[in-house]
Ligand binder design. Structure first.
Ligand code: FAD
Length: 343
């Protein structure tokens, strides 16, 4: 492929040449495709059937080209590989510049990004450099085949209503989508697609920014979005001693411990483990809510949970309205009984 012209941060401009389908910005984790990328591809395929357009994946990084076939298996018709040694570490400014340069050349109709820790910032930066809009944290997407407008649906006004946002004057129409809310398609490894390796030899990374060190987050086991069993800790758990008991039980049953915003604010749970509207959306097989009242902003993160168990002494707590099983006891009483339970 011909060399990709990459603007400096100051001169970034958007000069569309031709319009190309639905794009998914691929994210990698430990050398593998992030689950959210597979989910976005599943959604992009469904949308593309209505819009009759191609699904394209953008794969920035270093040593990532090996994942192009995987993207095709999950639904991409074409994969744009953007490889450069400086992209080995995730530096938002550099990633944004290569993505913007590519979007400037092809002018996609729609650009979808995972609303992950990396994706949230990157999507905002790319949208700003492309002078387009961004609907952040969508939980649903629909397309109007007549107008080609993407309905970007997300909770608004504290989760009290779902807003469908359209951006008729923006190209690409950009949305970041929460991990865990859309379903990944089954991979089809016999699918054929095109892989375009773009020439980034002229790319000058931004030398003002460098990554000094990377530390693994202190999260035991799987990430929250991929966990089969999640225990949610709420304000009703009250103290760190009880959280320690919950963690011990979690280890016994192979669960990850997360929490409500109230539990985060009390310092019982780390902020990156918050579930809800401003935290993670999860879809475990089992969610065990201990000392959580079940406010809409919390339950907004539970839409994919298959079974919910609520432990709360207040029988009138709203969490019981969505729970499959309820146990009306205090956290302390429940833990005394549960300590001997393994799954
Ligand atoms: P509470 O509502 O105080 O409930 C505590 C529960 O513990 C009560 O039901 C009580 O009966 C029970 N309890 C009391 N004693 C015990 C005991 N001994 N054992 C067991 N249970 C006991 N919240 C989130 O969680 N995630 C979000 O992403 C989020 N985003 C928000 C965004 C906005 C814009 C706003 C305005 C709010 C947001 N919130 C979010 C906050 C949300 O509205 C609630 O305040 C929060 O979810 C309440 O957390 P909680 O259920 O742990 O606490």
């Amino acid at each position: 492929a011909e060399a990709l012209q990459i603007d400096t941060p100051d001169s970034a401009s958007f000069s569309p040449k031709k319009s190309e389908g639905i794009w998914v910005l691929a994210e990698t984790e430990g050398g593998m495709l992030a689950s959210v990328t597979k989910e976005l591809l599943g959604e992009a395929v469904a949308l593309s059937e209505k819009l009759r357009c191609s699904v394209e994946a953008v794969l920035p990084g270093s040593g990532v080209a090996v994942l192009a076939d995987e993207l095709i298996a999950y639904g991409a018709d074409r994969v744009h590989v953007l490889e450069h040694s400086s992209l080995a570490s995730f530096i938002e400014e550099n990633y944004a510049r290569v993505v913007v340069a590519l979007a400037g050349r092809y002018n996609p109709d729609i650009l979808l990004v995972g609303a992950t820790e990396r994706g949230r910032g990157l999507a905002a930066r790319v949208a700003s450099m492309l002078h387009t809009g961004l609907t952040a944290d969508c939980t649903q997407l629909e397309i109007d085949p007549e107008s080609g407008l993407l309905h970007q649906i997300r909770p608004a006004f504290g989760g009290n209503l779902m807003a469908a946002i359209v951006t008729p004057n923006c190209r690409p129409q950009m949305a970041s989508v929460r991990p865990g809310v859309m379903k990944a398609a089954e991979p089809d490894r016999s699918r054929k697609g095109e892989i375009v390796c773009h020439d980034l030899s002229d790319f000058e990374p931004d030398h003002r920014i460098c990554l000094m060190d990377e530390m693994a987050a202190n999260v035991c086991g799987d990430t929250l979005e991929n966990s089969r069993i999640v225990i949610g800790v709420g304000r009703g758990v009250k103290n760190k001693e009880t959280v320690v008991r919950i963690r011990q039980w979690a280890e016994q049953i192979g669960a990850v411990v997360a929490g409500s915003r109230a539990a985060v604010e009390m310092g019982l749970i780390d902020a990156h483990l918050q579930v809800g509207q401003t935290g993670h959306t999860i879809s475990p097989d089992l969610y065990i809510a201990i000392g959580i009242s079940g406010q809409i902003q919390h339950t907004a993160g539970l839409s994919g949970a298959k079974k919910i168990v609520a432990i709360n002494p207040d029988r009138t707590a709203p969490i019981f309205n969505i729970a499959d099983y309820g146990w009306s006891v205090s956290a302390e009483e429940a833990l005394s009984e549960l300590a001997s339970v393994s799954l």
